[in-house]
Design a protein around this ligand. Structure first.
Ligand code: PLP
Length: 467
């Protein structure tokens, strides 16, 4: 299995190199040179396997020689052992045709744990083999930071430093990061906003001597391994609902397009998914594009579903490349135009192909609250992101009434207690393993928006530097 860049300017390479590189050197995103295709009997052979075992078999289609079968199986079992539901990704029926695929039973209560728990282990294994050590730095406004910290804590060959803006994350989000007291984890609260933190991280990466000294790396959302690790839960859900004999539809509350692209990839591998519904909030660039081929960025506005407050969906480039029949020059040109003008020119034929499979719906805050209320009346407490997904699926039900709809439930309601309480009157309690979160010791440094101070703190933390 080899990988190519969506922009055509990087030599094909193996999974290990794609895992470590993240972004291709031409600015493009990695995709498999050819998609693995599973036959009905291959899907059937996955029936009844425990989640980690099934996941290892699916992910093995992408990892080539990087890991042996037994290494990958051990990593998957270890990664998902910390999930609190025995099914790992359980399906809960919401109404006669809708099912919530609950992706929030991992350590930080959101779906990003599925990819990051496995990625932390993959990084560590590859680095150990190479005798290397890296320092991961990142900025967060909330969810990604905690998932990355949980994934990297206590790993032998990596240290992690996460910057968050003082007072601008929710208390649950901050505590999920700052109460991790592992020696290889450092939290820095910066006076400023999320962009201040993001700019400091970019500046560290642009400081070439510092970057080399610390062996800086990122676990950002465009890493192919993250997509690969998100495919198995769609397989689990579809098999549970009768695939490969029965078709299913999938609805995904979408921000960076990573999660819904994983569903697209599962379909590309032969899973019978008839349609993909994208739920957005008022940051509706994808819904506008699907409605009228207008892909134009607008300023980001805050909403009840903050993890979807995104205007430039970085993983969209992967779909674009496929829609353009894998033409790297055309993909690079469209991405360049988007960067320069804020508008992405997508040829009409490609857009029409997309609309045959994808539907989009922008869910307002009012509609999100209404949907949380409706679900609660039916006995289900949903977080605002999940509600955006179910509301979108309601707007675009498959014509064939026999087709069940899988809705990705991306966060635990207790992660967004204020929004849930406002909609339903219920304040969702934290699950038992996190019930003492408010009593745990916190540890973090507070720094000004000062690059040399932040670099000093990273240098003091990184074992990369130890004798
Ligand atoms: C990250 C996130 C999303 C968006 O997922 P993408 O893969 O970026 O589209 C949706 N919901 C929650 C709760 C998230 O944390």
């Amino acid at each position: 299995m080899r990988y190519i860049s969506t922009r055509g300017g990087a030599a094909p390479r193996d999974f290990e190199s794609v895992l470590l590189a993240g972004l291709a050197e031409d600015g493009g995103l990695f995709l498999p040179e050819t998609w693995p295709l599973l036959l009905p009997e291959d899907w059937r052979a996955l029936h009844g396997l425990p989640y980690p075992d099934m996941a290892a078999r699916v992910i093995a289609r992408f990892t080539g020689d990087t890991f042996t079968e037994s290494e990958l199986l051990a990593m998957c079992r270890d990664a998902y052992a910390g999930f609190t539901h025995p099914a790992v990704a359980p399906l809960v029926q919401l109404d006669e045709r809708r099912f919530a695929l609950e992706l929030f039973h991992g350590p930080t209560l959101a779906f990003k744990d599925f990819a990051l728990q496995l990625l932390g282990r993959m990084f560590d294994a590859v680095l150990a083999r190479r005798g290397e050590r890296i320092t991961i730095v990142g900025a967060t406004s909330g969810d990604t930071g905690s998932a990355a910290i949980e994934a990297c804590r206590d790993r032998a060959n990596l240290d992690i430093v996460i910057l968050h803006p003082v007072g601008r994350t929710s208390e649950v989000q901050r505590r999920q990061m700052t109460t991790v007291l592992s020696p290889n984890v450092k939290n820095i609260a910066v006076h400023g906003d999320f962009d201040t933190c993001q700019d400091l991280v970019k500046a560290m990466f642009n400081d070439a001597p510092f970057r080399a000294e610390m062996n800086l790396s990122a676990v950002n959302s465009i890493n192919w391994a993250r997509i690969a690790a998100q495919i198995p839960y769609y397989v689990a859900a579809a098999l549970a609902l009768g695939a490969p004999e029965r078709e299913v539809a999938v609805a995904v509350p979408t921000g960076n397009f990573g999660n819904v692209f994983a569903a697209w990839a599962a379909r590309r591998m032969g899973l019978p998914i008839t349609e993909l519904v994208i739920g957005s909030n008022r940051n509706d660039i994808l819904a506008r594009w699907l409605a009228s081929n207008d892909m134009s960025a607008r300023p980001v506005e805050p909403s009840l579903s903050p993890s979807m407050d995104i205007q430039v969906s970085s993983n969209f480039e992967r779909l674009l490349f496929e829609l353009l029949h894998r033409d790297p020059a055309a993909t690079a040109a469209a991405m360049r135009a988007f960067r320069e003008t804020g508008r992405m020119p997508v040829p009409d034929a490609a857009w029409r192909d997309a609309t045959a499979l994808f539907h989009g719906h922008a869910v307002s805050d009012e509609e999100t609250v209404e949907e949380m209320r409706r679900l609660h009346a039916g006995g289900y407490l949903a977080d605002p992101h999940t509600a955006a997904g179910t509301a979108a699926s309601r707007a675009h039900p498959p014509a064939d009434r026999a087709v069940p709809i899988i809705v990705a439930a991306t966060a635990h309601p207790a992660k967004f207690p204020d929004a849930v309480e406002k909609a339903t009157g219920m304040r969702p309690p934290l699950p038992p393993h996190m019930a003492d979160l408010y009593g745990r010791e916190e540890r973090f440094s507070v720094l000004d928006n000062d690059l040399s101070a932040v670099e000093g703190a990273v240098r003091a933390h990184a074992r990369r530097n130890a004798p």
